[in-house]
Design a protein. Structure first.
Length: 256
């Protein structure tokens, strides 16, 4: 018995390995092991991180005080619900779920329990962002009326599920844009949102043909167009959020 909080990690993909490594290095917790059905991921965690592999998620959930959910978004709701109902605390890698309804369902389960749940919006803990937030709050740069942020990232080939909407719940905005938007709104202490405009462009190229879809959403109205033979594979999302009385926050994110 160590007296430390027992943490189990669900998922040992790219981020799961990072989570497990940092949990062990912190020395603050007892990392009891992980669950991942992928044998390659599991072998790495066992051999390189010296972690115990649990044969199923239920056994891991039963043995832990807290679950760190770092698996594909498709499974976030199921594991979070099971963990909370078993009176476990939960940390979920962003995004919390594939849809608003799933996220709300998780929130409802948490609110009816005495357990804690946190979503991994790690940019809030970056030293540069915490410094920027304090500078703005102290009025050192005056009244900020416009802010813009962005993220450009090459599409990772080792996570194909991210581009499958039924598994990820969305495209680049849900995966990356959500973090950018959260960081921006958090920096300004979440001012009231008055208006939201969003434009999404997506196309996929494969050996059997090419398609392109452009979806535009403005003030709750959506239009979509489809064309053929796009020049390359790319997903782009741009969103602008009008907030507060005199401030506008804008975010743009692209993955290719």
């Amino acid at each position: 018995m160590t007296g430390k909080i027992k943490i189990g990690v669900i998922g040992q993909g790219h981020l799961g390995k990072i989570h497990s490594k940092l949990i062990k290095e912190s020395g603050l917790f007892e990392h009891i092991g992980f669950y991942d059905p992928n044998d390659e991921n599991a072998a790495f965690a066992e051999n390189n991180l010296n972690l115990k592999r649990f044969e199923n998620a239920e056994e891991l959930i039963s043995s832990a005080d807290c679950l760190d959910i770092v698996c594909p978004t498709l499974y976030h709701f199921d594991y979070a619900e099971k963990s909370i109902k078993r009176s476990k605390h939960v940390f979920i890698e962003k995004p919390i779920a594939r849809s608003y309804s799933e996220a709300q369902a998780i929130a409802d389960v948490v609110s009816s329990s005495k357990r804690k749940l946190m979503v991994g919006m790690n940019n809030r803990f970056r030293p540069d962002m915490m410094l920027l937030k304090s500078i703005i709050e102290n009025g050192e740069i005056g009244n900020v009326f416009y802010a813009k942020s962005g993220w450009i990232k090459k599409l990772a080939k080792d996570n194909p599920w991210i581009t499958q909407s039924e598994k990820s719940g969305g495209g680049v905005f849900l995966d990356l844009g959500l973090t950018v938007l959260d960081t921006l709104l958090w920096t300004f202490n979440f001012p009231p949102i008055r208006r939201l405009n969003a434009v999404t462009y997506n196309h996929t190229t494969n050996n059997n043909g090419q398609t392109a879809t452009t979806t535009t959403t403005t003030d709750h109205c959506t239009t979509a167009t489809t064309t053929a033979d796009p020049p390359c594979c790319q997903t782009t999302t741009a969103a602008s959020v009008a907030t507060g009385k005199d401030a506008t926050a804008a975010t743009t994110t692209t993955a290719e």
